[in-house]
Ligand binder design. Structure first.
Ligand code: TA6
Length: 310
């Protein structure tokens, strides 16, 4: 039995008093003593951690999980959760000038708070989490902002990161909704939608190449596809399904599988877990940065749907 501190129980009780909605939106405790929001509809369920604003699970009714989570994920403040949909913001990858700053920005290692919850109908529920600039964020990045993560569960999963520049200075930002997907086996899937698209091969000194045919996997792959607004489909005959990933507010898509050696180098990633996952990330990466004047807003959105094959 997991015993909660009095303060923790109170905060959960307060959250449920303020924001829970029947059995469709509930706040629960979980790994790392983090607080989670559980969404349920007739179509399936989802789970989101307030730490990191991190969608951890998306499970359509009668389907295998769509999002992948590492069994080795750590749940420690200051460390990103491994799997699900990490919110990479306000930069993608290493900080452009200061390598001591966290990879993929600080949003995914920050404590988000609940802004609003809605039951739109029995088929659709929504939660909005918020993260605003403060002394913690200013340690990493000198600008003022208001973030909202809008998660809508229906017959699909829609995740939108809305950024508003609330300061008096303009800023440029990058980022990604860095989605990890569950697949049957990395060597039996195909990824379509990026054919003939230019990509930056992060494993070949960022050489620019052009995708020929569907993306197939036989070794580590870490590509940033540029100038593309295309939907992507992960064809997975082993699970008798396709996963369709559509996007808004993004001109770049990242596809990644760490394969054997990189998996072994990551302490929060099982040595053999690479066979059951692939990342397809809706990004603002490389030259696809977003410039916001004071008061301006940008939305980066990904829409995820599992489609059963015959
Ligand atoms: O998905 C692309 C990527 O930038 C890879 O290079 C790899 O580093 C991955 O993100 C995971 O990064 P993380 O900081 O979460 O370990």
């Amino acid at each position: 039995m997991y015993s909660l501190s009095l303060q923790k129980r109170t905060s959960l009780d307060e959250l449920n008093a303020l924001f829970s909605l029947g059995d469709q939106i509930q706040f629960i405790d979980g790994p790392g003593d983090f607080t989670y929001v559980q969404l349920e509809t007739v179509h399936g369920s989802a789970l989101i951690s307030l730490y990191g604003g991190h969608v951890m699970r998306y499970q359509p009714q009668d389907e295998a999980p769509v999002l992948w989570m590492s069994s080795e994920s750590q749940y420690d403040a200051g460390k990103a959760i491994r799997g699900g949909i990490p919110v990479c913001w306000p930069w993608f990858g290493p900080h452009p000038a200061d390598k001591t700053k966290p990879n993929h920005g600080f949003a995914r290692i920050s404590e988000w708070h609940v802004f609003a919850t809605r039951v739109i109908d029995q088929d659709t529920v929504q939660v909005r989490l918020a993260l605003n600039s403060d002394d913690h964020s200013r340690f990493f990045w000198p600008y003022d902002f208001s973030l909202q993560l809008i998660v809508t569960l229906s017959e699909k999963l829609d995740v939108t990161l809305r950024v508003r520049n609330t300061g008096s200075s303009a800023f440029s930002m990058g980022g990604a909704l860095h989605s990890y997907f569950t697949i049957s086996h990395i060597e039996s899937i195909k990824i379509r939608g990026l054919e003939d698209t230019v990509y930056i091969d992060q494993l070949a000194s960022d050489a620019r190449k052009t995708q020929s045919g569907p993306i197939l996997f036989g070794s580590e792959l870490d590509n940033i596809y540029v100038d593309t607004v295309n939907a992507v489909v992960i064809e997975d005959p082993g699970l008798h399904r396709n996963i369709r990933v559509e996007k808004t507010g993004s001109q770049s898509t990242v596809v990644w599988n760490p394969w054997i050696d990189k998996s072994r180098r990551m302490s929060d990633f099982g040595d053999d877990e690479y066979v059951g996952m692939v990342c397809v990330e809706t990004a603002n990466a490389v030259e696809d940065l977003v410039y916001l004047e004071p008061g301006e807003t940008h939305q980066l959105g990904t829409s995820i749907q599992a489609e059963r094959l015959g």
